[in-house]
Design a protein around this ligand. Sequence first.
Ligand SMILES: *Cc1c(COP(=O)(O)O)cnc(C)c1O
Length: 378
Amino acid sequence: MKRKTMMIHGGIVGDEHTGAVSVPIYQVSTYKQEAVGKHKGYEYSRTGNPTRFALEELVKDLEGGERGFAFGSGMAAITAVMMLFNSGDHVILTDDVYGGTYRVMTKVLNRLGIESTFVDTSSLEEIEKAIQPNTKAIYIETPTNPLLKITDIAGAVEIARKHNLMTIVDNTFSTPYWQQPLALGVDIVLHSATKYIGGHSDVVAGLVVVKSEKLAEDLHFVQNSTGGVLGPQDSWLLMRGIKTLGLRMEATERNANEIVSFLQEHPAVEKIYYPGLPSHPNHEIAKKQADGFGGMISFDVGSEEKANQLLQKVKYFTLAESLGAVESLISVPAKMTHASIPKDRREALGITDGLVRISVGIEDVEDLIADLKQALED
Ligand SMILES: *Cc1c(COP(=O)(O)O)cnc(C)c1O
């Protein structure tokens, strides 16, 4: 089954009891048992809920794994995955990882003895250098936020296997429509489904898909024990979003390409970060491991003042955190999504005060370009 077909026909389709074409929202917490322990597969909705299960089956199919899991947010998903580790274990992570991931590793999980090192994983050498005797996993975000750096997933898997480490990929920016890390040998793939998978700025959610039965068992134990599950309404919204994920990813990428061409010609733009550009340092790897480059573009306009002017003047780009929705969004990572990263660390990474990030929506691209054009004028 091809991917766009799977988005419609994958997982559990509709409701076998009524013939409903869409999976019903099972707004329920507990289930009647015929006798003690005799039930139809559901006992209590933290452990399992039919609507959530339908979503988990769908994302499992899309990522090509053993089992899917839905959580109340991307951070709940990431935290649950980290709960697979023990005190004293060490994880290597991408250095310009999502700000919340950096925060949970360095301010919460560190207190429980889970150690982390952040390295530029776009360099396989850097990954290998960071391996310690207690290292248990390599956690990769690719492309990254907001600099859109790319890590060679298959290359990282090779290193991980050599050292008996687990590999985890945050696939939020690419979605399973463009990139399927499990097929490249990764053990766990996860998402902030708040972004492209939901796609309509109306739900906060996280998804995980694991490759092996053992990991499925372990993560279900963590999910049920810690309880950060996604509710049935939000599970349904994600399934609804996924039906058009392929169409949306194609539309956003088409728009992104035209916007990048426009920005390249514009004198006010000093630097553009987009993996689809042949000048992007990891363009060849991006092309090899993903079928699309996505709809995230970052560009540097040189100063905080110029960035502010742009934000003030745009009409169709909504000033907001988050990304991956049908509407175009604009943000200044240094002051918004990445504000929790200390300033000196931020600047060392290239996240300057003049760096603007746009999440390209599916509006008519002529309107989007005209909007950026008037907003960039002096
Ligand atoms: C937003 C985001 C997260 C966190 O997800 P939430 O749904 O906001 O908790 C994690 N990783 C990436 C790449 C993100 O963009």
